[in-house]
Design a protein around this ligand. Structure first.
Ligand SMILES: NC(=O)c1ccc[n+]([C@@H]2O[C@H](COP(=O)([O-])OP(=O)(O)OC[C@H]3O[C@@H](n4cnc5c(N)ncnc54)[C@H](OP(=O)(O)O)[C@@H]3O)[C@@H](O)[C@H]2O)c1
Length: 230
């Protein structure tokens, strides 16, 4: 099994690397800082530097992974931005930082994966239940929520594009594409008081990813596989 994890320096992305390596997958992982690349290599992954919010850095992905034949690609890179409680307008700098990482970053890297995936591969973006409009009952972190709602839209378009394939394409999707909510997880973003350990969240998501069927492409799923409202 060949796995790609984009945004693996820490938190959920790093835990995906650890768990897939433990099941003897060939793991390729990315991080922004050289010391994090070195640490991923020390774990046993192939690793290279990638900053999804940097146009030049992100554009280098395709040649790095051309024809890699990944069975699974996961984009975990993400930032929360300002911890707002109400309708505080974000600064332009905060807006750009969050949207460039969570939305533009995905729009940059996902199309570059088309030639790097094995037939019938799985592709996941780490979204958030906070991005769900249908389930929304609070308005904390409205910039983050808006970014994850936009990421969900991006994932849906990618699932449609990757389902079509080229002329003479097989009847299965090029990739089964899903947006995943990892739960509320004990990472730098989730905080120490979060409900789930990264180990548990990632174990759940691995099980969910392994059980995906082609009919599920374009879905928004909880870590345990339950369908979430957009
Ligand atoms: N933790 C939760 O409760 C929770 C809940 C719902 C959704 N999520 C989502 O799950 C994903 C992972 O979250 P986490 O909890 O593991 O967060 P985290 O501990 O804060 O880690 C975030 C990761 O994203 C990377 N990253 C940030 N900006 C990047 C960029 N421009 N280019 C490449 N990588 C970048 C970070 O790299 P650096 O070390 O270089 O900064 C780090 O590896 C995020 O998309 C998050 O929105 C998390």
């Amino acid at each position: 099994m060949r796995v790609l994890v984009i945004g693996a320096s820490r938190g959920i992305g790093r835990e995906f690397v650890v768990q897939y390596l433990a099941e003897r997958a060939q793991v390729t992982a990315t991080a922004r800082r050289p010391q994090d690349v070195a640490e991923l290599e020390a774990l046993g992954a192939s690793a290279f530097q990638l900053d999804v919010s940097d146009a030049v850095s992100a554009s280098g992905l395709a040649w790095r992974v051309d024809n890699a034949g990944f069975d699974l690609a996961i984009v975990t890179a993400g930032v929360y931005g300002p911890h707002t409680a109400g309708l505080d307008p974000p600064t332009e700098a905060d807006f750009d930082a969050v949207m460039h990482t969570n939305v533009l970053g995905a729009m940059r890297v996902l199309p570059q994966l088309a030639d790097a995936l094995a037939p019938g591969a799985r592709l996941a973006v780490l979204s958030s239940r906070m991005g769900s409009i249908g389930l929304r009952s609070a308005r904390t972190g409205w910039l983050y929520r808006a970014s994850k709602a936009a990421l969900n839209s991006v994932l849906k378009d990618v699932s449609l594009a990757f389902a079509k394939g080229s002329e003479g394409a097989p009847s299965w999707p090029l990739a089964i594409c899903v947006a995943l909510h990892p739960g509320w997880v004990q990472t730098e973003m989730g905080g120490a008081g979060a409900e789930l350990t990264p180990e548990r969240s990632v174990a759940d998501m691995r099980r969910t990813l392994a059980g995906l069927t082609p009919a599920q492409t374009g879905a928004f799923l909880n870590h345990d596989g339950a369908v979430l409202a957009w």
